[in-house]
Design a binder for this molecule. Sequence first.
Ligand code: SF4
Length: 464
Amino acid sequence: MHLFRHRCVRHQIAPNHPLAGKVVYIPAMAEGSVEIFASVFRWLGIEAYPTPPSDARTRELGNKYTSGDECYPAKITVGDFLKIIEGRSFDSARAVFLMPTADGPCRFGQYVPFISRVLQDIGYGDVQILSPHGERGYSDMGEFGVPFVRATWRALASADILRKLLLQTRPYETVSGAADLAFQESVRDFCQTLESSCFDYDCQLKALVAALVRARSRFRGIAARYDRETPLIGVVGEIFCRLNSFSNDDLVRRLESFGAECWMSDITEWIAYTNQEEVRDFRLTGRAFSPGMLRSKLRSHIQRADMKALLVPFREDFGGCEEPEIEELIDLATPYLPYPGAEGEMVVSIGKSAYFAKHGADGIVDISPFTCMNGIVSEAIYPKLSQDYGGIPIRNFYFDSTQSDLDRDLEIHLELTHSYRQKKRYQRHYPSHFPTGYCVPLHLAEADPNHNKPGSDKPTRGVR
Ligand code: SF4
């Protein structure tokens, strides 16, 4: 008998909160992640939406208000914000544009001043910019800062899981569009679950895990023909360009259309890296024993525990393609970019490329904006990394909306992956839904001689 019955509680911002009555627009960096992130704001009673899908007008506006020195993601982001301003229902007194910022070695820290200047120039200097910072976090959220940050982590980690399910299913689906549909339904379901979830951390976690289990069932139900001959391509590079299919001309889908499966570096990997960087800064600046260091350590600890809990239902599905801890990536990058001297996305791209190679990837692509410092440094290191890992093909793709003959370059890259497969040193460990070759249980082999047989045209999962 339960002496204390749990009662779900909801808390929302008070009418005098700075974000009460506002509408937050969030740059649509990654499909699924942005919708789920918006639902965290709505959980607290704050109206929030992703920016509408990028299109030719995005580029037009981005080009109009940039000088050419800005990074491509800055152009896309400003173009999307300006499209919202063009909308008939735009209300500058209510609008809030979300644009995170950071200190660091590259131009990301300039995005907020750049966007503010553009807004001033066009007469919309009154539009508020919500700008969370690595160290300050979401202090603008006031008393809800801590629950907001924790729910955001859970939201982004779950979106990463859904994207992983999508990418590992879509290349093998036998009914075109089935995996995309399952992804969209799962994102919707997850948003609704999060928005109505309890303020108690354990209770919320249970509800989110249940939503992920429902997503798992949707994906497991998709008729798919898994094939061990499909090359696996690791995808690294600059976070926005890599995840934003508009910026990268849908490179992942193109790779899939040429018969590849992609393993994409996810968003939470970058957040874990920035946490690690914060710890490094505390040490380098003599603050190893400080309240900030304690906060940082505690946050990382809690985030790892949450991630572990969210991943429990996926042990089987993600077997062989588990994501590494950030320390492992930094260790793998250190021979090329000595720690703690080097920092930034290049460290993560190099470390993850080595990790992909060690986990049986057949090739790697690095997606970066044109002139991106991280992409350029990584490109200089890849030949040595490839040599160290048995000649794995690694190819940089730079984007600035003028990419030419992408398909030809991808085809060449895939040709190289096919030759690398014949000699590769590190073999892939396949998740259990891949056919096991000729080890078919007798009762299934008798019922269906083609069950799970490589080369069979029957689905190997989803439809029995
Ligand atoms: S990572 Fe590259 S694209 Fe992104 S802000 Fe830095 S320099 Fe620009």
